[in-house]
Design a protein around this ligand. Structure first.
Ligand SMILES: Cc1cc2nc3c(=O)[nH]c(=O)nc-3n(C[C@H](O)[C@H](O)[C@H](O)COP(=O)(O)O)c2cc1C
Length: 379
């Protein structure tokens, strides 16, 4: 079973991810993990913290001569802005943060909650996901995330192949599929920052090259739709998850929702095994299993809760009404969230891949992948 945990505080010494159950025999590159970490730090609207940090991964365990051993892999990203011991507590909880609920639940400080609740922790979630992407790539599976909407403005994606769209996204300061729309969106973010306010948005994640049969219909906690929803929803500030048509499916009759099934034998060697779906409203998942179509997930990210124009709050020491505390903060982290989601989705897909094809070694996974595809073609 492939899984991971993280540890670390926003301004603590370090951030750690412990990846357990990663197959042996994969030659890993740290440069492509560092690239994802850099992308996570970017996107228009980030705060001053990103000028301090230069995130790089250190692979501490589980690898020998650059090749995975099948033993736990510890990934570290050091915080340059380590100052936890010097930081003061807050007394006025920020609405939308974990400050109030956490301080009450743990009978402790707000600082003790916000340091762990902070999305700084996602640096190592991204590192774990970027490692998982290297496993997916062996099987021709690619995860790709971008910003679909920001501050209520829909961004019309330019069409193209995955490679063309990746190039478009990487040209965009917003990480959208339409760099021509960057300027008005950047102006909107700037204006919002001047007003002391913040913005949210909608992210879309696609995974291409998936085989049939990742996930299962057989038990609720192994359904891939449920697992993906949890992984996505568990990212800070994500408030909604849709798969395929999502909520729109509820508004249409069945005939305009479900994807017809055709067959073309000359396509039987690709991941679809020849089963063609003229539409992909299911977003690549039926009954918790992949169906050979691309996975399509959308997620809603709320605006940042730390507002310079602070909302009403209560001083927890005096119980007097006061404005919430303000700490150095992003105005908009929607672009960064697209990177985080791309990587957490990649990790979840890799988990399902290991479940289906075995997790001891890459060689065994490849052999089982080939055997399954030979057998499935005859089904
Ligand atoms: C990439 C990213 C960056 C974030 N940066 C900030 C920030 O600078 N200030 C802030 O108050 N919240 C920020 N957040 C959101 C909070 O971490 C989050 O709202 C908070 O932990 C409460 O959790 P919840 O929104 O999931 O309920 C960020 C979220 C993401 C995904």
């Amino acid at each position: 079973m492939l899984r991971y945990w993280t540890a670390g505080e926003s301004h603590g010494k370090t951030l750690l991810a412990l990846v357990d159950g990663f197959p042996a025999g994969l030659e890993i590159e740290t440069d492509s993990i560092d690239l994802e970490l850099r992308r996570r730090q970017g996107g228009y609207g980030r705060g001053g913290r990103q000028n301090i940090e230069k995130d790089r991964v250190e692979v501490m365990t589980g690898v020998w001569k650059n090749v995975t051993l099948g033993s736990p892999i510890a990934l570290q990203v050091i915080n340059k802005d380590y100052k936890l011991e010097r930081l003061k507590d807050l007394e006025r909880p920020r609405p939308g943060h974990g400050d109030l609920a956490g301080a009450v639940k743990y009978l402790g400080s707000i600082r003790g909650i916000l340091e762990r609740a902070s999305a700084r922790e996602t640096a190592v979630r991204v590192a774990a996901g970027a490692l998982a992407k290297q496993l997916l790539r062996v099987f021709g599976i690619e995860a790709f995330g971008y910003v679909a909407e920001l501050g209520g403005v829909a961004i019309e994606p330019k069409p193209g192949t995955l490679e063309e769209q990746r190039a478009l996204r990487d040209q965009s300061a917003i990480y959208s599929l339409n760099p021509d729309q960057d300027e008005p969106i950047k102006e909107m973010i700037d204006q919002c920052g001047k007003d002391g306010d913040t913005l949210g948005g909608i992210l879309e994640i696609r995974v291409e090259g998936l085989p049939f049969g990742l996930g299962t219909h057989a038990q609720w906690d192994r359904k891939l739709d449920g697992r993906l929803a949890q992984a996505v929803m568990a990212v800070q500030a994500i408030k909604g998850v849709e798969i395929g048509l999502g909520f729109e499916a509820a508004r249409r009759p069945g005939s305009q929702v479900h994807d017809a099934i055709n067959y073309e034998s000359e396509q039987q060697d690709n991941p679809t095994l020849g089963y063609q779906r003229p539409t992909n409203n299911a977003g690549g998942l039926e009954a918790g299993m992949t169906n050979g179509q691309p996975l399509v997930i959308r997620a809603a990210k709320k605006p940042i809760s730390t507002l310079r124009k602070a909302l009403d709050s209560i001083n927890l020491d005096t119980k007097e009404p006061q404005r919430a505390n303000y700490e150095r903060s992003d105005v908009c982290a929607v672009s960064a969230a697209s990177v985080i989601l791309e990587n957490v989705v990649a990790f979840e897909v890799a988990t399902a891949l290991v479940d289906k094809f075995g997790g001891d070694s890459i060689q065994e996974m490849r052999a089982r992948w080939d055997l399954f595809h030979e057998m499935a073609k005859k089904r």
